[in-house]
Design a protein around this ligand. Structure first.
Ligand SMILES: *[C@@H]1O[C@H](CO)[C@@H](O)[C@H](O)[C@H]1NC(C)=O
Ligand SMILES: *[C@@H]1O[C@H](CO)[C@@H](O)[C@H](O)[C@H]1NC(C)=O
Ligand SMILES: *[C@@H]1O[C@H](CO)[C@@H](O)[C@H](O)[C@H]1NC(C)=O
Ligand SMILES: *[C@@H]1O[C@H](CO)[C@@H](O)[C@H](O)[C@H]1NC(C)=O
Ligand SMILES: *[C@@H]1O[C@H](CO)[C@@H](O)[C@H](O)[C@H]1NC(C)=O
Ligand SMILES: *[C@@H]1O[C@H](CO)[C@@H](O)[C@H](O)[C@H]1NC(C)=O
Ligand SMILES: *[C@@H]1O[C@H](CO)[C@@H](O)[C@H](O)[C@H]1NC(C)=O
Ligand SMILES: *[C@@H]1O[C@H](CO)[C@@H](O)[C@H](O)[C@H]1NC(C)=O
Length: 812
């Protein structure tokens, strides 16, 4: 190479590194201005200004470059937003080498420093010789680092040391023992305001390895348990470890939890959100949506003060927070944005002190409650004395009196009142007596209103009579026309067309809920002839009448003894319902994992159920005119008829909602345990995805326990485990697959069976399950083969342990 050429190359390299290169870098020479952004080398993360919602406030943040729903993982100026992006600048300060954001802070006229990396405050860093030459680099793991020193390789400051509400793989939470700084997560204040909210996730400040979720910086409402060497004791399960390897380390310099992805292509994050729960999500490229993975605490009502003062939390209602009678939300707008922390306030003040007579107040009886925290004990002997103790103090808001003679009162307010349900068999349920002014209790103005009410009713009746006659006539004639139109379209299928009004009546105005699926809620109904049916009220369906009827009539043609039969439907405007045959024995999950009292399913019954489900799926995949992929095979979607014959429900919904799998997935909350790896890696979905889910379901049928037990331990381990050892908090299939390969099938079988199984059948079922959950689609059998294998028509080879699970199998 000639000298000239060498020089030219060197110059080109130099020019390149000074200008076009380093799109991931901010330096003194290359500040970030206005709406410009910096992208990490492989294009995973982007740094720039963003404005949440319609707030008109601007924040410096980091988000995923490849996720179209902007998902912010870090915010610099959480509490000091800029009022415009145009004048903003992120630069390396020439004075001290700090990274700083300069711009118009709200309510100020001239630009100021809204945020600074403040690294000079850290005693561990010695000042750089030339601070102005520091550079900030956006890295591919989501870490923004400020580099300095002679060769620009010393990390002076990094965003991973200052997380906001999100923990990504490779980042950490813990304590820097040198600087005394803690890495904690703090929730946003509301959906549009990243300022620090009420909830924090922090390592134990006393030095143990345990993590706490705190309310208002002090009140712990969830604890992770200590690090056992491989997991945190209370964390739901090692499902976690399917994606990444989490470790906790304690060195003289720091103690922290961090994790390493098994596959760097996986996009996953843990966020401490507005509900006070930490939630793990995975980005599913195939559906372009975030898939919920797990949450802690699992139950929303366990979050301290979720519903604020006087709020009532209920696990069964949506939203979970309600105000008791005589109260209304204190902040109506926040309440609408799912921020219930402001709680409820009295609609009318207590009369106490006003009229002078304490008896003007009364008590509303709220039975089946989990009582609020922090009661004040009063030593009295009877309920009457307890009540008058409360009435005699104007600050007393409520009291409770328990059978053993203890009286508790709450002054000034209470938090964490929870509605419990009688059928949950919860012995901690108690009755709370809530103090209300007499007017709220009985409606004092009722008498004066009565006359007007009577007059009004008479008038209204007359008017309604006339109007309804007219409406009925119009409706009848229109319905007749509509029905004959529909009948034409449905020729060939035996589907009944109902009016939505009839179905409303049949379900007694949707009063008896049977279950909630991905696409709507299912109610029990009784048709005119006395036939019991299940009515599914479809939600979020934006489909024209005609297309809907076409799809439904195709579904009506699908008939198999192991598929729930569609009987009919109604469609009127936005209201659409499907009518199915009613299944007396409910769903498989209730049968398998349900509460006590029920008979434990025998091995014979389980075998019948396995083969039945397999036949139903095989028919969907290969027996119909068009292959139907179910996409959501799980115990909740298997129903049992009076003879315990399994029938698959909810098939064909993907087509019904418009051939759009992403809609299917986004509605499948919390069922990731059944999802084949290709859902997460973004490969195209085939019928083999159902095979994978079926394999997971098989393990549950065999073992009688949930694969991914959300709770602590499992229901199945009720004492009679027969001395068998089971890992209390691992992802069950990990362990099961290793036992199967080791030839120890008996360990996998449900201990409740007490060994009452047919060994050959157990071995076959275990091997089939293991084959079904292979990573590679090509290695999984087709459903037709599964049927043959379960029936014993063909032999089943010894399966390998699936690779995704393999590195975990050694853990236990
Ligand atoms: C960025 O701002 C400039 C000027 O303020 C504007 O012309 C440009 O369209 C903006 N770019 C984007 C991507 O918004
Ligand atoms: C930086 O330090 C100053 C002075 O101690 C403080 O007021 C400011 O809040 C700090 N900023 C950040 C981002 O920590
Ligand atoms: C995955 O990403 C981390 C962090 O960016 C990196 O250290 C590691 O080398 C990457 N692993 C592979 C296999 O690319
Ligand atoms: C931490 O230690 C203090 C003082 O010993 C004690 O009062 C507090 O309860 C401890 N906190 C926890 C979470 O153990
Ligand atoms: C939160 O704690 C602070 C003191 O640490 C206290 O002043 C404040 O009243 C608490 N907030 C609520 C809503 O209780
Ligand atoms: C997880 O990481 C730790 C520490 O880096 C390592 O010792 C362990 O073998 C890893 N576990 C797995 C299953 O990869
Ligand atoms: C009433 O309750 C307030 C608040 O707890 C308390 O300070 C006060 O002593 C009580 N008064 C009586 C008469 O018990
Ligand atoms: C009863 O409710 C309490 C409080 O919510 C809870 O801690 C306990 O686990 C429940 N017990 C049962 C059997 O559900």
């Amino acid at each position: 190479m000639s000298l000239a050429a060498a020089v030219a190359t060197a110059l080109a390299v130099l020019a390149y590194s000074c200008t076009a290169a380093d799109p991931d870098t901010v330096s003194a020479r290359r500040p970030l201005r206005g709406n410009g952004t910096v992208v990490s080398a492989q294009g995973k993360f982007e740094l720039g200004l963003f404005s949440p919602g319609a707030s008109g406030r601007f924040y410096l943040g980091i988000w995923y470059k490849n996720v179209p729903v902007q998902t912010v993982i870090w915010v610099a100026n959480r509490a000091s937003p800029l009022s415009s992006a145009a004048s903003a600048e992120l630069r390396v300060s020439p004075d001290d080498g700090n990274l700083e954001l300069v711009g118009l802070i709200q309510n100020s006229a001239s630009p100021a420093v809204a945020w600074s990396s403040n690294m000079s405050l850290s005693p561990s860093t010695s000042p750089s010789p030339s601070p102005g030459s520091n550079i900030a680099v956006m890295r591919d793991d989501g870490n923004l680092v400020l580099l300095g020193g002679d060769d620009s390789s010393t990390v002076l400051w990094q965003s991973f040391d200052h997380p906001t509400d999100t923990l990504v793989p490779y980042a950490w939470l813990g304590e820097n023992k040198v600087t005394g700084e803690y890495q904690t997560l703090t929730s946003w204040r509301d959906a549009e305001d990243p300022a620090p909210g009420m909830f924090t996730d922090t390592v134990d400040r006393n030095g143990s390895s345990e993590f706490f979720l705190l309310w208002n910086g002090s009140r712990a409402y969830w604890r992770s348990g200590v690090w056992t060497g491989s997991v945190f004791a209370n964390l739901p399960e090692a499902v976690n470890n399917v994606l990444f390897n989490q470790t906790y380390v304690d060195t003289p310099a720091y103690r922290r939890v961090t994790s390493v992805l098994y596959d760097n292509a996986t996009i996953t994050r843990m966020v401490l959100d507005l509900t006070g729960q930490t939630k793990q999500y995975i980005w599913v490229p195939g559906s372009q949506s975030w898939q919920f993975f797990w949450a802690a605490p699992t139950v929303q009502c366990d979050v301290y003060s979720l519903c604020g003062a006087f709020g009532v939390c209920s696990r069964r209602s949506q939203p979970p927070c309600q105000c008791p009678r005589g109260f209304a939300p204190a902040a109506e707008r926040d309440w609408g944005l799912s921020d219930w922390s402001a709680g409820c306030q009295r609609s009318a003040p207590l009369l106490c002190g006003g009229n002078g007579r304490p008896t003007d107040d009364g008590f509303l009886e709220l039975p089946d409650m989990k009582l609020p925290d922090d009661p004040l004990a009063v030593s009295v002997r009877t309920r009457a004395e307890c009540e008058s103790a409360c009435l005699n103090n104007c600050s007393c808001q409520a009291y409770a009196f328990s059978g053993d003679g203890s009286c508790a009162v709450w002054n000034d307010g209470f938090r964490n009142l929870e509605q419990l349900y009688a059928d949950a068999g919860n012995s901690s349920a108690a009755t709370l007596y809530l103090r209300l002014p007499e007017s709220e209790l009985h409606g004092a103005k009722r008498k004066s209103r009565r006359l007007w009410l009577v007059l009004g009713i008479i008038l209204a009746c007359l008017a309604a009579l006339g109007a309804s006659a007219l409406v009925a006539w119009v409706l009848l004639s229109r319905r007749k026309r509509r029905r004959s139109e529909m009948a034409d379209q449905l020729k060939g299928s035996s589907l009944q067309v109902y009016s939505c009004g009839d179905l409303r009546a049949a379900t007694k105005n949707f009063s008896e809920m049977l279950g909630g699926g991905g696409f709507g809620t299912v109610y029990r109904g009784v048709l005119n002839g006395g036939t019991e049916v299940a009515v599914k009220k479809l939600e979020g369906l934006r489909q024209g009448d005609k297309q809907f009827r076409t799809e439904v009539s195709t579904l009506g043609l699908i008939k198999h003894v192991n598929l729930v039969q569609l009987l009919g439907f109604c469609s009127s405007g936005d209201e659409k319902m499907l009518v199915y045959e009613y299944m007396r024995n409910g769903s498989l999950d209730a049968y398998l994992f349900g509460g006590s009292g029920r008979q434990r399913p025998s091995w014979r019954d389980r075998c019948g159920i396995m083969v039945g489900i397999a036949r139903g799926l095989a028919y969907l995949h290969e027996g119909c005119r068009e292959c139907i992929i179910h996409c959501d095979v799980k115990p909740e979607n298997i129903l049992l008829d009076g003879d315990l014959c399994p029938k698959i429900a909810d098939f064909g919904m993907a087509k019904l909602v418009g051939r759009d799998f992403s809609r299917v997935l986004t509605t499948m909350r919390g069922t990731i345990g059944y999802l084949a790896p290709e859902w997460i890696s973004g490969l195209p979905i085939s019928a083999k995805a159902d095979v994978y889910s079926f394999g997971m379901l098989l393990f549950e049928l065999i073992s009688g326990r949930r694969n991914a037990d959300a709770g602590h331990g499992s229901d199945a381990d009720e004492g009679d485990a027969g001395g068998q050892q089971r890992p209390p908090s691992t992802f069950f299939p990990v362990w099961a697959a290793s036992r199967v390969v080791a030839g120890d099938m008996a360990a996998v079988a449900d201990p409740r069976l007490r060994g009452d199984v047919v060994e050959g059948e157990l071995e076959r079922a275990c091997r089939v399950a293991c084959w079904c959950i292979q990573d590679q689609e090509a290695h999984r059998p087709a459903m037709a083969q599964v049927v043959q294998a379960l029936e014993g028509v063909v032999d089943v080879q010894m399966p390998p342990v699936p690779r995704v699970l393999q590195h975990l199998a050694t853990m236990t």
